[in-house]
Design a protein around this ligand. Structure first.
Ligand code: GRG
Length: 273
């Protein structure tokens, strides 16, 4: 077998190293740390999930999807390398991610059952039943009115499933009990919801600062967002409520030190990008 073609490698590295927040790998490592596990062995898994996330962003930016020119402050992958290379770079990142997890698990002599569970859940949470399914729901909802319930269901799959997968991977690697695995999963879904509400709020605040566009203007209403459906103030209230609920899920377990996880929740509440 030969190596990676140079231009494909460049396209993969371009987006992977473009400087995202690294939230998902941080979630993997913080969960392992919270459980007193071995963080070094978790690194390949943390990197693999960032590779899956980066593939989803590259494909989401394509002309046939969101058709975006900029991502992470740089030109999108297809703008630099062509549409064909962007598709292939995304495909390769996704495939390599699973290879990296299998290799990392073997090298750390992880119990085969745990490694297989992590890999199986990767396919489930990132695939047709998870993140990709959420993207399809989002595409289907684009031309009609979307209710708050539909919006939450879309975000639960599009954003929440990969966050849940990150935390669950950390939980398996850290040896969490089934009860704590469940609570960590609830934490991750609430974190994902809060993340999305904050994303929508930041979009509106950005728009207002740039062009003075009021919340709830006709243009805003066409896009299903929390501020468009609930108004800005109610969205902010909901953001605080969901963040506090997320933190309560990980409190009170002897096997779990939730300080870093709570720190991530607080960071997301305050973030400005
Ligand atoms: C499989 C094509 C395809 C898409 C899956 C994840 C996804 C669906 C699309 C990505 C686009 C998007 C806006 C998703 C919502 C989640 C979200 C806000 C992603 C951006 O995540 P950040 O802010 O990004 O963590 P950085 O750049 O910081 O890593």
């Amino acid at each position: 077998m030969q190596g990676i073609p140079p231009l494909l490698k460049e396209a993969m590295r371009y987006s992977l190293l473009a400087g995202g927040k690294r939230l998902r790998p941080v979630l993997v490592l913080a969960t392992v740390e919270a459980l007193g596990g071995e963080e070094t062995a978790a690194l390949p898994f943390a990197c693999a999930i960032e590779m899956i996330h980066t593939y989803s962003l590259i494909h989401d930016d394509l002309p046939s999807m969101d058709d975006d020119d900029y991502r992470r402050g740089k030109l999108t992958n297809h703008k630099v390398f062509s549409e064909a290379y962007a598709i292939l770079a995304g495909d390769a990142l996704l495939t390599e991610a699973f290879g990296l997890m299998a290799k990392g698990g073997k090298e750390a002599a992880l119990a085969p059952e745990i490694l297989l569970t992590i890999i199986e859940e990767g396919a489930r949470f990132a695939g047709a039943r998870g993140m990709v399914g959420g993207q399809v729901d989002d595409l289907l909802g684009e031309n009609g009115a979307v209710s708050l319930e539909q919006l939450e269901s879309i975000h639960r799959r599009k954003t929440g499933d990969l966050m849940a997968y990150s935390v669950r991977t950390g939980a398996y690697l850290g040896g969490a009990s089934p009860e704590v695995l469940e609570s960590l999963t609830r934490f991750a879904y609430d974190l994902g919801l809060a993340f999305q509400i904050q994303d929508d709020i930041l979009d509106v605040i950005g728009d207002q600062q740039v062009i003075g566009k009021p919340v709830g203007s006709d243009e805003e209403k066409h896009k299903a967002t929390y501020p468009a459906l609930l108004g800005l103030e109610e969205s902010k209230r909901k953001l605080t409520e969901i963040t506090n609920r997320a933190k309560r899920h990980v409190e009170g377990y002897e096997e779990l030190n939730p300080a870093s996880l709570m720190g991530i929740a607080d960071y997301l509440l305050q973030r400005d990008r």
